[in-house]
Design a protein around this ligand. Structure first.
Ligand code: TYM
Length: 373
């Protein structure tokens, strides 16, 4: 969808996203206190991304919990289309997914559509996507998903399993629908037109494999919603449960509004960046909500809401007290931009040191996660 100053599609997010407008236009629901309390009944605490409204909207989460209350366990489904290295923004929905897996003790099906970005990006080859697939799997494993409960589906590897279900979906989606949803035209390649059908499959595959309907919850960044807006109805028509969706906002790009994106290298911090690179990127590229001079900053205060460093901390630092203090100190002018950058560099480097250690250990574990059919 496109607003006056922004655009959100699964392949491009630009400008300052108006989330209220999106909620209205997409027909999704805000996560309210009633739903949060309902979740808390089972999880005991509330994940910081829910508290901070980073996960802010949903489709049918209430219905999923109705089923859960009647004893129907659900599974989780999310994914990553390899097109480059993983950046900090990608980790946001995945860390939340890991929390859900722990709290609800459920299976996770994680799709790696290794054909998707090949179809959508002119210059990307299948050799590139294969290389990134191997790298990206390490990041997902590093987050600590339970290997006994987590199954990786790789589109080109599991094609036989996925394709049979994808054609059932594809038969019920017209070209007019994808054209209207994604803005496709006569020049769009036919692989791209078909792709949504592949992304729909894991939402009901466990039901196909077990022969009984199992509810599904899909945590995702907002840009992925259009695929499910189209395919949810089709999944129901095929006789399966409508998957519930829970949406997060985008960790902004280092340059300010818009999302941290794998296709714009300077826009993000990658999980494989070394401490010097992180320092350089933050010092050189991080958009500041500070005032032009120290005197002015002390007097008028800064704007954490548009400050990239503050936003990174808000998306990744679970400690509310720390984040609130930084917010208030920056807004009052007590905390200067240079110091906020220092705090952020230190935070990211500590975070990445741990992540990179686990990422290395993950190399031996990949095979345990890949689904064996
Ligand atoms: P991909 O590989 O572009 O992104 C993977 C996940 O990361 C989210 N994301 C972000 N979240 C917060 N802040 C950001 N800056 C940010 N950038 C990306 C994306 O929304 C996504 O959830 N087609 C999918 C792969 C996929 C998938 C799925 C995703 C297959 N099946 C099911 C979600 C659910 C893709 O290209 O994601």
């Amino acid at each position: 969808m496109a607003g006056k100053d922004f655009k959100v599609t699964p392949w491009e997010v630009s400008g300052e996203v108006d989330y209220d407008r999106i909620i209205k236009d997409f027909g999704i629901q805000k996560i309210d206190e009633v739903l949060l309390n309902r979740i808390k009944k089972y999880t005991k605490d509330i994940h910081y991304t829910l508290r901070r409204k980073i996960f802010f909207a949903h489709r049918d989460f209430n219905l999923l919990l109705d089923k859960y209350e009647k004893g129907e366990k659900f599974f989780l489904y999310t994914g990553r289309a390899p097109s480059g290295m993983v950046h900090l923004g990608h980790l946001v929905p995945w860390m939340f997914t890991k929390w859900l897996q722990d709290k609800f003790n459920c299976d996770l099906w994680f799709q790696f559509p290794d054909e998707e970005k090949f179809l959508f990006k002119e210059k990307l080859t299948l050799e590139d996507t294969e290389k990134y697939l191997k790298e990206n799997m390490l990041d997902v494993i590093a987050l600590g998903f339970d290997p006994k409960k987590t199954k990786f589906l790789i589109d080109t590897l599991h094609a036989k399993l996925l394709y049979k279900q994808a054609v059932r979906v594809a038969k019920k989606i017209t070209f007019s629908t994808v054209k209207a949803t994604f803005g496709f035209g006569g020049e769009t390649n036919i692989g791209a037109i078909f792709y949504t059908a592949m992304q729909a499959v894991p939402a009901f595959l466990p039901s196909v494999l077990t022969g009984r309907n199992i509810p599904c919850l899909v945590p995702l960044g907002f840009d992925q919603d259009p695929h499910f807006r189209i395919s949810r109805d089709v999944i129901v028509k095929l006789g399966y449960y409508n998957p519930a969706i829970i949406h997060c906002r985008f960790m902004p790009s280092l340059q300010g509004p818009g999302k941290m994106s794998a296709s714009i290298v300077e826009s993000g911090i990658y999980t494989t960046d070394d401490p010097k690179t992180v320092e350089m990127k933050i010092k050189k590229h991080a958009f500041s909500g500070g005032q032009p001079t120290i005197e002015e900053h002390r007097k008028k205060g800064g704007n954490p809401d548009i400050d990239s460093c503050y936003q990174i901390l808000n998306y990744l630092e679970p400690d509310d007290k720390k984040v609130t203090k930084i917010y208030n100190d920056y807004k009052s002018g007590k905390l200067l931009t240079g110091k906020l950058k220092e705090i952020t560099i230190e935070f990211i480097n500590k975070f990445l040191k741990e992540h990179q250690k686990k990422r290395e250990q993950a190399r031996k574990l990949v095979d345990k996660y890949i689904y064996k059919d």
